[in-house]
Write a protein that binds this ligand. Structure first.
Ligand code: XIL
Length: 475
């Protein structure tokens, strides 16, 4: 047993920390806040160990029309404050359709200039930068936005995505530039993509979360440039913005790609009456914090402001404190968060298999525990292979569907699970059945696969999933 494990086995009440930052640090994550220079009250450094500029690093504050920097004093104040209080900084944000200011309508070349100037100005003092913010459309369409800068995107071969070599993709091109700058400068800064309504595997009513699936595809395709994913966590009554039971499974599948995940802008409407998974705001906060704690690569949570009255959505009363102007009172939600953080990462999860010190899944991308049962030899139709990431009592399976010598338009994969094994979550596929023989089929956006190419879907389950022999059919 390691020292860390011994600490975590102490009665939590005896070991309880009394600030969010101390409790989070003990559990191995940051707990941060969004702030502006006029809100740098003592509470910021006392309770939080990470800071996101709420507005002062956005292009409308700091970018010139040619991609230079201006008016950086607010951002400097925040970075300095963070540094002198031992807080990490999440830079926010380089490429965004909103609050673009003088950069509105700029070319990729100008965006690249701005990316270089901004990253180099603060260097490794910024631990994480949101390179691209909110690239995906509202209303669970799973599509990119249609406003600038996404108007620069071109789908050269008309296959419905921007991932091909001949395509133009503002996400890819901005990340490539940012990565070049980080590498050239020898910086430790990690590069994140950030969005909202991407938190759960599903949205209200159990409909699959297409926006989350689209983000997953982006991260998977551009994994070499993307280090981290921010799930904003502005939870409210919008059917796509509610808290669902599959929050943990969703952020876990991103973590399984090898990226860090953050809950980057959390506020929780205090009247999530019928749509949420908890009883009241404090309980909802507890569930959200627990989901992060249960995902090893969930390395931080940031709340989007200190107090309700000073929040961008004050009418939702979604934060941890009341009061204002430096005088704050803790809400029930604060105490719930502190208590949950103090339990550490090893507490039993509410809806998914337990992870503990002896059973932690690998922190690197999913490792195949057994060789693929059927190698993807090209055939007409399709072939499928399964890789498993297992721990005692549970697993995540990634299934790769490879088209044969002809393109396919739809596919299905049949798997027979061992007795006692149950599927609890699925992404990038439709499913019928949860145990015994289970059938998976393509969803609207991944049925078409070119000859010799592949697509992947995944599922999570309880029990053990050894000896799976997938049978793939396609048309
Ligand atoms: C918000 C700020 O909180 C407001 O003060 C500002 O007027 C608008 O932007 N998603 C984001 C944040 O990524 O930058 C937004 O912040 C909230 C939604």
């Amino acid at each position: 047993m390691s020292g860390a494990v011994t600490v975590q086995s102490i009665d939590p009440a005896a070991a309880a920390e009394t600030t969010l930052r101390a409790a989070a640090a003990k559990a191995g994550l940051f707990f941060g806040v969004a702030a502006s220079p006029n809100r740098l009250h003592p509470i910021v450094g006392q309770e939080f160990n990470q800071l996101t500029p709420e507005n002062d690093m956005k292009p409308d504050r700091i970018a010139t029309s040619s991609g230079g920097l201006q008016n950086t004093s607010g951002a400097d104040t925040l970075v300095n404050h963070a540094q002198s209080n031992n807080m990490l900084v999440r830079g926010h944000t380089l490429v965004w359709h909103s609050q673009a200011g003088a950069l509105q309508g700029a070319s990729q070349a100008t965006l690249n200039t701005f990316i270089g100037n901004a990253i180099n100005r603060w260097g490794s003092r910024i631990a994480y930068w949101d390179v691209v913010n909110e690239a995906l459309e509202d209303n669970n369409t799973g599509r990119r936005r249609t406003q600038w800068p996404h108007t620069m995107n071109r789908d050269a071969n008309g296959d419905g995505d921007f991932f091909d070599a001949g395509d133009t993709d503002v996400i890819r091109d901005s990340f490539i530039r940012a990565k070049q700058v980080v590498q050239a400068g020898g910086l430790t800064t990690k590069l994140c993509i950030n969005d909202y309504d991407v938190e759960g595997l599903t949205v209200q009513g159990g409909t699959q979360n297409r926006k989350a699936n689209a983000l997953y595809d982006i991260v998977r395709n551009y994994r070499q440039y993307i280090d981290c994913v921010g799930f904003q966590g502005h939870f409210n009554d919008n059917p796509n913005s509610i808290i669902t039971n599959d929050l943990q499974a969703n952020i876990q599948r991103f973590a399984d790609l090898g990226v860090e995940v953050h809950l980057s802008e959390v506020d929780i409407d205090d009247d999530l009456s019928n749509n949420d998974i908890g009883a009241g705001q404090a309980e909802n906060y507890r569930k959200v914090v627990r989901a992060c704690l249960n995902v090893t690569k969930c390395t931080g949570i940031t709340v989007w402001g200190i107090s309700d009255s000073e929040s961008w959505r004050s009418s939702e009363r979604g934060l941890l404190f009341t009061g204002g102007n430096g005088s704050y009172q803790k809400k029930a939600a604060y105490h719930a968060v502190l208590d949950e953080l103090n339990k550490g990462r090893n507490s039993t999860p509410p809806t998914t298999p337990p992870v503990g010190p002896t059973t932690l899944p690998p922190t690197t991308p999913p490792v195949t525990s057994a060789p693929p049962t059927t190698p993807p030899t090209p055939t007409t139709g399709c072939s499928a292979t399964v890789s498993l990431n297992s721990w005692t009592g549970g697993f995540v399976a990634t299934v790769r569907v490879t088209a044969g010598t002809s393109p396919i338009n739809r596919w299905s994969v049949q798997l027979t699970l061992p007795p006692g094994t149950t599927v609890t979550n699925v992404w990038n596929a439709n499913r019928s059945g949860t145990s015994g023989t289970v059938q998976f089929s393509n969803v609207s956006y991944n049925g078409s696969v070119n000859a010799g190419q592949y697509t992947e879907f995944g599922f999570q389950g309880t029990g053990a999933a050894t000896g799976l022999t997938p049978v793939c059919t396609a048309s």
